[in-house]
Design a protein around this ligand. Sequence first.
Ligand SMILES: Cc1cc2nc3c(=O)[nH]c(=O)nc-3n(C[C@H](O)[C@H](O)[C@H](O)COP(=O)(O)OP(=O)(O)OC[C@H]3O[C@@H](n4cnc5c(N)ncnc54)[C@H](O)[C@@H]3O)c2cc1C
Length: 369
Amino acid sequence: MSKIAIIGCGVVGAAIAYELSLIPGLQITVIEKNTTASGSTGAALGVLMGAISQKKKGRAWRLRATSLKRYETLIPELEAKTGQEIPVNRQGIFKLLFAGENLEKWQKLQEFRSFEGWNLIIGDRAYVSQQCPHLVNDNIIGAVYSPQDRQIDPVKLTEALVTAATANGVKFHFGVTVENFVTQPASQGELLNCQQLKTSTGNIEVEQLIISAGLGSTPLTESLQQTILIRPVLGQAIKLKLDRPLGNPDFQPVITGNDIHIVPLGNQEYWLGATVEFPSETGESIADAELLAKIQQEAIAFCPLLKTATILKTWSGKRPRPEGIPAPIIGNLSGYSNVLLATAHYRNGVLLAPGTALEVVQMISKIKN
Ligand SMILES: Cc1cc2nc3c(=O)[nH]c(=O)nc-3n(C[C@H](O)[C@H](O)[C@H](O)COP(=O)(O)OP(=O)(O)OC[C@H]3O[C@@H](n4cnc5c(N)ncnc54)[C@H](O)[C@@H]3O)c2cc1C
C-alpha cells in the first residue's frame, strides 16, 4: 500500500498530509474542492483548550495531551522548514470563574493535571485584579490560569502544513471536488475496497483513502453507502481594535469567560467569539445577528473596556459536529478495508489536529506493515 488520498484540506487533512509525508515511500495526494483552510478551519479562533479542559481520561484526554505536546515541536519544525511565521500565543489561557462555579471541580482537575506535569493555577478575585485589572464584574470569584495551553492562527498553521508537505512530495489538487467512488469487494471477507476517486477533473487511483472533509464527509460517506451524519453548528466571531492593549501589555493570555474567548492578536487587536448556533429542524443554519450582539454584550460585562472597541470585521463558519456520537470520528469506515475517517472535530479541530494526524499515522503504519 503506497497510494494514499486525503479528501479535504482543512487543518485536519493538512496535518495528516504533513505527518504522513514524514514516512518514506508513500505517494500522498490531497484533494480539496476550494482552497486551503476554506471550511471550518478558516473561521476558527485557534484556542487550544487542552490542560484547562475537564477531560481527564480515555481518548478525549489522550488526543488533547498528544496534540499539545506535538504542537511544541511542530511549530518550530514548520517555521524552520517553510520560513513561514505561524502566530502562536504562548501566554496561556486565563479562565474566569463566576459565582455559582464548582471550585472543587477545578481543584480536583488541578491536582490531577499536576501528576502529569501540567500546571494549573487557581486564584481568587484579588488574583484576577492583580493579573488582569481590566476584568471587572461583581460575579467574578476567581480564575483558573493554564500557562501551558496555547492559541494558534489556524489559517497560517494550515498554510505552513501545506507548504511543508508539498516540499516533502505531497501533491495537492485545489479546486477539485471528489464526487463519487469506484469500489470492489476486497479479496478477503465481505469488506469493500475503494479503488478510485471520481473527481470533477478525472479519476484518481487509491490504495488507502482518508476522509477529512469536515461537513463534506456526510455526502461522501453517503456515496459509499455508509452514511455518517455530521451537522453544522454555526459560530460567529468579531475582530476588534482598541486604542490600547487590554490590561498589562506584557501579559496577554487568551481570556475565557462564560464560554466567550477574547483572543489577543497584537497591535491592540482582538478576536472575540464565538456563538454556538444549532441548525433549525429543517437543517438550516443562518447567522443570527442578535446572538453576535449578545456575546459582545456578555464580554463587555466582564471586560468593560471592550465597549470602546471598533469592530473591524465579523464572520461566521460552521463546525462539523457528529450526530449521536462523541467528536471527533477517527477510525475505519465500517464495511471498507481501506477507508479511514478523520473528521467531525466539532469545536476542537485545531486543538486536536496534531493528535488526530498521529493516530492516523499509527493506523497507516499498522496496515503498511
Ligand atoms: C467560529 C468558530 C470558532 C472555532 N474556534 C475553534 C477554536 O478556538 N479551537 C479549535 O480547536 N477549534 C475551533 N473551531 C472548530 C474548528 O474550526 C474545526 O473543528 C476544524 O476546523 C475542523 O477542521 P477540518 O479540517 O476537519 O474541517 P474543515 O476545515 O471544514 O475542512 C474540510 C475541507 O474539506 C473540503 N471538502 C469537503 N467536501 C469535499 C469534497 N467532496 N471534495 C473535496 N474537498 C472537500 C472542504 O472544502 C474543506 O476545506 C471553531 C470553529 C468555528 C466555526
